[in-house]
Write a protein that binds this ligand. Structure first.
Ligand SMILES: [Zn+2]
Length: 273
């Protein structure tokens, strides 16, 4: 199954609550939504209400932890990051969200190997604490677009191999930026999925946006049509393999590009037939 939806409450939704955002998302013909805890978290009661509405409208929910996270930093960084991730998992669990996505951290002055080691250790602690609390939600580890940030596709796969309960979040715009625009053909997208084979996933969470980048990687997000990543090739790859995916639009024109992605998917479907 392929679900597509916006990151956050759609921009054109007049009412600014998450519940209204979910209903509006369904009205646009979309079937997924990522709720981002960028500035604040929703409360426990609201989370339970959101779960009911999402179930009724058949909109699959995902949550995203606050952006500034560093699981490879000093004690304070790690403590603060842990709190944010654990709270995201807890509220996500109450909402019935499938995956709680998070960023992981920076290399700083550390080697890539040491950064990975610290992140793995801290993720295991977070995972164990969640299990003890009865919090059942997968932790999604996002591929990052800037070269100074931990999160190349290979690093994410390695961490997922080592920490149970974690899955990769394929941010295609970030992957494309980090490899300086290497996603051109269907085969290029296939190579990304092939890298995940060792994880035996039955579902893939994908973030989608156009990106502007330079030699250091990602600069900022732009609408899909303005970017140079051929989204239709991604759709062909998904359809040919019959992958079960959820695509979240992180474009600056959020729901417009979610609907546009749906159109590209429908077009690719015609071609595969
Ligand atoms: Zn993210």
């Amino acid at each position: 199954m392929i679900r597509i939806g916006p990151a956050g409450i759609p921009l054109s939704c007049k009412e600014r609550t998450t519940v209204d955002g979910i209903i509006y998302t369904r009205c646009l013909g979309l079937s997924a939504m990522e709720i981002r805890f960028a500035r604040s978290f929703v409360g426990e009661e609201e989370a339970k209400e959101i779960k009911k509405v999402a179930k009724k409208t058949d909109v699959a929910l995902y949550v995203h932890a606050p952006y500034y996270i560093n699981l490879a930093g000093n004690k304070n960084n790690v403590e603060m990051s842990r709190k944010k991730i654990e709270k995201t998992m807890h509220i996500g669990h109450l909402m019935g969200a499938r995956i709680a996505t998070t960023h992981l951290g920076f290399y700083g002055s550390l080697s890539k190997k040491e950064t990975l080691k610290r992140i793995v250790k801290n993720l295991r602690d977070i995972r164990n604490a969640a299990l003890e609390e009865g919090v059942e939600i997968l932790l999604g580890l996002e591929t990052m677009g800037k070269k100074e940030v931990f999160g190349s596709i290979d690093e994410i796969v390695e961490v997922c191999r080592r920490v149970s309960g974690t899955v990769p979040v394929l941010d295609m715009g970030h992957i494309h930026s980090r490899c300086l625009g290497c996603l051109r053909e269907k085969e290029d997208f296939q190579r990304i999925f092939d890298k995940l084979e060792c994880l035996s996933l039955s579902h893939y969470l994908i973030h989608l946006t156009g990106v502007k980048y330079n030699s250091e990687g990602e600069l900022y997000h732009i609408p899909l049509k303005k970017g140079d990543m051929p989204v239709v090739k991604l759709m062909e790859c998904i359809l040919e393999n019959d992958y079960d995916v959820t695509i979240i639009s992180e474009s600056p024109v959020v729901e417009h590009d979610a609907v546009y992605a749906q159109i590209l998917l429908d077009r690719a479907m015609e071609m595969v037939k």
